[in-house]
Design a protein around this ligand. Structure first.
Ligand SMILES: Cc1cc2nc3c(=O)[nH]c(=O)nc-3n(C[C@H](O)[C@H](O)[C@H](O)COP(=O)(O)O)c2cc1C
Length: 188
């Protein structure tokens, strides 16, 4: 059975570098045989998580729909911006909502036993790698197996060509390899 990957970014920005990089990693995954669903996070915006609001109203319908998508996939390909040395509030809020158990759900059902591949893009010199380390930490603590290799693209504002690919062939190969490795990963 092909691996079913849910791909999303921690940015809903229209010209997001992370979404552009994600598309290249997705191409690597698809070429390696995976089925990939790419989400536009502009269509998956949740209110900032608040326990009182959750107790009063339950999860918003859009959270329940997002969790259904997560449960229908066995892997995640995530592109995360770096904000002040960590990952974006959009990604953190998405993860926080998705960890909340609905009646009948197992604890951390959206996450446990899933595999994730991580990439990031930034205009800075580190490419968002510091943020990726935080994503790895959080996902690992909620039961996700995160691929050892991560790819961070520095100077993202200069890195893409007009067709949306990367000017540097080695960087393109590394981005695609995250997707391809995720497509083929087998846990022991
Ligand atoms: C509040 C804020 C903090 C930022 N902090 C960092 C940072 O610590 N490291 C970094 O490389 N880029 C930082 N940036 C720049 C982002 O990498 C840049 O805005 C990037 O384009 C965001 O990703 P996107 O293009 O996918 O939306 C920051 C941007 C914002 C808005």
């Amino acid at each position: 059975m092909p691996r079913k990957i849910l791909a999303f970014a921690g940015s809903a920005r229209r010209d997001s570098y992370n979404v552009r990089l994600l598309r290249l990693a997705i191409a690597g995954a698809r070429d390696a045989g995976a089925e990939v669903t790419l989400l536009d996070m502009d269509e998956h915006r949740f209110p900032i998580f608040d326990e009182d609001a959750e107790a009063r109203h339950g999860p918003p319908a859009e959270v329940t729909a997002f969790k259904s998508l997560m449960k229908a996939h066995d892997a995640f390909l995530i592109a995360s911006p770096e904000y002040n040395s960590t990952f974006s509030p959009l990604l953190k809020n998405t993860i926080d909502w998705a960890t909340r158990p609905a009646p009948g759900e197992k604890p951390l059902e959206c996450f446990r036993g899933k595999v994730a591949g991580l990439v990031s893009a930034s205009p800075g010199y580190y490419g968002g790698y510091r943020g990726l380390q935080q994503v790895r930490y959080v996902l690992g603590n909620i039961g996700v197996i995160v691929l050892p290799d991560m790819f961070a693209l520095p100077k993202a504002h200069e890195a893409f060509d007009a067709a949306g690919s990367l000017k540097d062939a080695k960087s393109l190969e590394m981005a695609r390899a995250i997707g391809a490795t995720l497509a083929k990963f087998q846990s022991a």
